[in-house]
Design a protein around this ligand. Sequence first.
Ligand code: HC3
Length: 438
Amino acid sequence: MTSTPKDVGSGVPAQSRGSWSSFLKSIASFNGDLSSLTAPPFILSSTSLVEYSAYWAEHPALFVAPAREPNPEKRALLVLKWFLSTLHQQYCTRSEKLGSEKKPLNPFLGELYIGKWEDDGDVGETKLFSEQVSHHPPVTAYAIENEKHGVHLQGYNAQKASFSSTINVKQIGHALLTLTPPATAENPSPERESYLITLPSLHIESLIYGTPFVELNRSTHIVSSTGYIAKIDYSGKGWLSGKKNTFSAFLYHESEGEKKPLYTADGQWSDTFVIKEAWGKKREIEKHSVKASKTTPLAIAALEDQDIYESRRAWRDVAEAIERGDMDTTTIAKSKIENAQRELRRVEREDGREWERRFFKCVDLATGDQEAFVKLANKIGLTDSNGNGIESDKTNGVWRFVPDAAKDAKPPYHQENGRGLGLVVEGAEGAEDAGEEA
Ligand code: HC3
């Protein structure tokens, strides 16, 4: 480490330096559950982790582009390009907007984030359903659908953290993109195809200075039912050389193997990358500037029209208090939700029932309907040929979207009234909803 005692905590407001160094000491011995970390107020975010699912489609045109490409090889390349374009959104936006990576709100079971990206042009409407499907361990599931182009993405993720010099996070879960290629004269009724996407590991940089940001490491894959496989290797700025957020990717067909790549993509996922042919003169196909590519904001319902279980509405008091820097109110408002959740879990246990997930269900990989997924997962060693090895014990199961549950869905989304949020006065006649001021 080249830091001097003067550098340490230099990004931390003077009045928070003590609490930052206590926080650093506490993470050196934490148990791997990121939600259990008590962080100083200046590093708290008023955004819940359930909102992060939206990062997958903030460029709706790139999201649907593969469905318009008749050539399967180019389609796989467009899927890779879209995936690479999501990395800046997923892992940089908080640092760029807020100056550092903040500690997000830990979603409660059943928390929802629902919205759509609207495009008047050819892209059409792209819908998002994000739901917290497990609290212990925390697991978020999501589905993103563009009906016009027949492009669907679904996935779920949890994080397992460890400490060695910094916070290291392994993501558990995966995403599945499905689409129907355009019909051509040679193939007038093309079949739907899928792309299984694995999630990168990450670590936190610059923690000691109080300006944490994310760096990705190891590698991920995109494996397709068409036989194309992309491998992406992540590396950061080393001691002596290299640029932050660097990656190197290649796309190959399984029949040819890794040694015969078709395309490469190299650069910085937070800035610019270049896609080239991997053969002949290695012709450049495209230079993509991530930052120059305009994002489309997700449209969500106005707070008063949201369901009480929708994230922004449920956390409103907490978020407002965090933004005012009012920690007493933050703690009170947070405890109200956390205590109500604990109480609801106790009642459910007593009644022998479980919280009903609204848009997702747990699936068994041993049954036939996940056969296509297991085949893909097995190709990159994510599972064995029976679907074992996916670490479903760390995500409370393998989660899949239930499209029928989302069709024409309107609030109220959950059967349960406001009891899970502390909005019901227990013991009151008929356990009436006491409104949000209760
Ligand atoms: C590790 C992380 C929470 C998880 C975030 C995930 C993995 C969530 C799924 C998204 O698709 C991608 C994603 C992006 C960023 C990840 C967050 C970065 C930091 C945060 C920790 C819980 C915060 C640690 C606290 C502090 C103060 C060091 O920032």
